[in-house]
Every structure is written in C-alpha cells, then in structure tokens.
Write a protein that binds this ligand. Sequence first.
Ligand code: UT7
Length: 325
Amino acid sequence: MATKIVGLGMYAPPKKLTNHDLEKLVETNDTWITERTGIKSRRIAELGTANSDLGLLAAQKALADAGVRADEIDLIVVGTCTPDMPLPSTACFLQMKLGARNAFAMDVNAACSGFLYALSTADALIRAGRGRKALVLGSEILSSVTDYTDRATCILFGDGAGAAVLAECSDGDGILSCHLHSDGNLWELIHCPGGGTVNPLTPDLISRRMIYIRMMGNETFKHAVTKMGEVALKALSQNGYKIDDVALFIPHQANLRIVGSVGKRLGVPPERVFVNLERYGNTSAASIPIALAEAKAQGRFRSGDLVLLVAFGAGLTWGSVLMRM
Ligand code: UT7
C-alpha cells in the first residue's frame, strides 16, 4: 500500500509587497534584493487574517481538484510555524471551516520543511491504516513574525498556503520515499525567541522585538545548500534513480542563489527546476505545495512523471520526498 497526491490547490492573499515598497521601509534597494535573493514581490495577508483562512481557500481548491468531499477526509495535517493560536491547532480550525467532520486533525511544526514533514506524517498514517484520505497543507502568515525594521529578513518572507489531497494507491505510483532530518544544535541560526515558555509574552519582550524571526543568513545559506543537495541525492540513490530520471525538481523557495547552487550540485538543468519565488518570496512551509499546485496548473509534470521535492528550514530541519505523479 502506498499513497499518492490526487489533488492540489494553492492560495496567496492579493496584497503585494514589492521591493520598491520595501525601499520605503528599510535601507535597501530592488537591485540588491533581486541580485541576492531573486525575489521581486511577496503576498501579505491583511492584519488579523487567520492562517486557517488561507488554508481553507487552498484546501477547497485541492478537494475540488481531487473530486473529494470534505467529509471523506480522514486526517488533516497542517505544516506551519505561524498557527492561528498556540492552541488549538490550525488543523482543527481548518477542519471546522471545511466541515471535515470525520477527520482527526493536527499541526506539524518543522518551519520551512513543514510541508514535507506533514506529507511524510500523513503518508505513514495512511500506510499504517489510520485513514484512507488525508488533507495535507503548508500554510503560513510569516508577515506576523517578520520584523519590518530588519532589512536582512523582511525582504525574504511572504504569506500563502498550499494543499494536497493524499489518498491510498496500489498501482506502484505515488510517494516512493520520504527522508526527514533535524539538527536541534543549530536552532539559533533561524528562530523566533519570544512568545513561548522560554520568553513569555510581555510588553518588554514586544518592545525588544523578540516576537520576530531572527536569522544568521550567511550560515543558514551554507547549510541549506549542503543539506538539500545531500538529501536529494539520498532520495535518488535509495530508489535507484539518477537526476536525469526526474521530470521536475521542486526545492523550497528560499533564495534563487540557494536553488541555483543546489540545482548545479545535482546537475539538474534549469528548465527542470521549478521557481516561483520572484512572486511569493519565502513562504516557509507553504512554498513547496504552492509550487506543486502551480507546476500542475502549468503542465510542468504529467501523470507518471518523477517529481523530487526538497526542503530546508529552522530547527534545523530538512528533507526530501520522491514521488511518481
Ligand atoms: O527558509 C529557509 C531559511 N532561510 C534561508 O534559507 C535564507 C538563507 N540566507 C539568505 O538567503 C541570504 O543569506 C540573505 C539573502 C539573507 C542575505 O544575503 P547574503 O549574500 O548572505 O548577504 P549578507 O548577509 O552577507 O550581507 C551582505 C551585505 C552586508 O553589508 P556589509 O556588512 O557587507 O557592509 C549587509 O549588511 O549586504 C547588507 N545587507 C543588505 N543591503 C541591502 C543585508 N541585507 C540587505 C538589504 N539591502 N536588504
């Protein structure tokens, strides 16, 4: 018994934050941002929008694409690090809004690797017989934890959601492997210090801007290139494939230079690497499912094609999923 993605959907809020808009907020410029990141614009949710509101719109599209009703879903797994509330889970809010009354629901926090962790969790639960159809999301409102006075980070992040319907399959297609890794020793490279139990929310904490993401960009960059390259090769070697067998490579959309370096290491031609970060920036857990949904809409893969997903994020966490569509 294996599992297969049978429906995809994405949603990004309409409001755009361009490089020129950022020039008015911090000391930066379009040329620097474009050359160093490849990002031109990001989508930003209106203040007070719930993560599950974005997730709902992506999930509805994925269900329609799959031809599956909400009450046929057995489990919902949402990859996110920007939940609606500390509790209950965003997945439970999504269940309520969808009317997915037969599902059990939970969040997975693996930051930018969140969708691959969520997908791997749902795949394992279905294989273990805990359900037959899952709704798997990566959904984030990163603007809620972005410091718009810090030019090193505010140029990177955007909001959005992507969703996949995962179902049992027995035709030999679907998810061929999931490889997940973490290294908590490197937590300091990307973290959001305030608001949890270590630094509970206080007015002082807010005034010291400790509720926002902090990142050591340069160090993170090096780890991202190494780890994503390694875990992509692991997926290929375990399954007995070469990079030439892969129809489409979808890396986490963090930075065009990271994507380029990983692609070069793997020897994958640029036309087989999916990139949309110029329009959305880094949407953390949402980046891969948004890319998958767009790739499907653009006809970038066909039924039977091999697609390789690779992610990297805070934790540190990283992983790969190889699947036959
Ligand atoms: O989602 C997964 C986790 N995140 C990532 O994977 C992100 C990984 N890191 C990156 O994408 C890059 O490190 C950044 C885009 C964040 C930064 O690019 P960089 O090439 O590593 O730049 P840098 O941090 O080494 O900074 C180079 C210079 C510095 O000036 P000095 O010290 O050389 O005078 C910065 O102060 O660029 C300066 N700088 C900026 N200049 C204009 C930093 N941010 C900006 C900015 N505009 N926005």
